[in-house]
Design a binder for this molecule. Sequence first.
Ligand code: ADP
Length: 326
Amino acid sequence: MKQLKKIGVLTSGGDAPGMNAAIRAVVRTAIFHELEVVGIRQGYTGLLEKQFVPMESHSVSKIMSRGGTILKSSRCPRFVEAEVRSIAHDNLKEAGIDALVVIGGDGSFRGATLLYKEFGFPVIGVPGTIDNDIYGTDFTIGYDTAINTAMEAVDKIRDTADSHNIIFFVEVMGRNSGFIALNTSIATGAEATLIPEIDTEIQDLCHYLEYGRRKNKSSGIIIVAEGFGGGNAAEVARKVKEILPTYDTRVSTLGHIQRGGSPTCNDRVLASRLGYAAVTALLDGTTDVMTGQINGDVVYTPFEQAVSRRNDINQMEHKMAQVLAL
Ligand code: ADP
């Protein structure tokens, strides 16, 4: 592989708290190794539009505590077309960029691996998404912040639920994955958790609520991941109300507050480690992989595996959450 002189870095797909710490780590590690760094704004869109900004050490000063991404992110649907990716590759070559760090989720890695497969262009991924569903890392950057935000919100909702004897259906993010829902549930002692990975019949949920009531539980929190197969929080609440009309029910959708905010210490540390590891790996000639952390160690997983497998939730933990909330 030709010697690296200049690398590009971009953030793509859904933003996640900690992406800035990852950008900072990439930029500072590269500069330490006397590489030039180009920030590419707005993910693959910026790559196609040549939105290139030279990055200096001070470009990433004091960004670590900020949520979102200073480089901005985007969805770029046309990147699935080979001719469009060829324009991206031409733009990278024209700018003298020798390798690319992609901070994003599995969709972004699908695009990244194609740049390598089609053009032999060196790419490396850093997993940034609140969903924690990427294979090849115990945690993704942003997930820890998201569950802490959700936990604090549910604690507040519980005050009202308790005061007014209400069953609250709280919808959290997770279209394909129940990580946020399950761990928010465990941390808040929610009475039930409805996630995409597990089928829960509404009838069973009602039995469970009735059981709680017999044990003098006058209020409750049901956490519903947005991708739960039985419907969103409002639909689940409506179905429960049909079966248990005397229950006072409310719905609260946490929405985008889960994506924003200052990253937790865990997310900042993880992002720093993985950003650093991405650049050092590129310097060693490693490409077409994602950096991750497993059991405390930095590991590299081929994109091929990172995008075709997923991190599964531990089904026993779902049962545990229920047992502990009884
Ligand atoms: P995330 O990276 O958070 O999973 P997306 O799934 O929206 O977010 O993917 C981000 C971007 O990655 C997309 O807008 C698109 O530009 C690119 N991408 C996603 N899937 C593919 C694919 N199969 N081929 C090429 N590019 C893709």
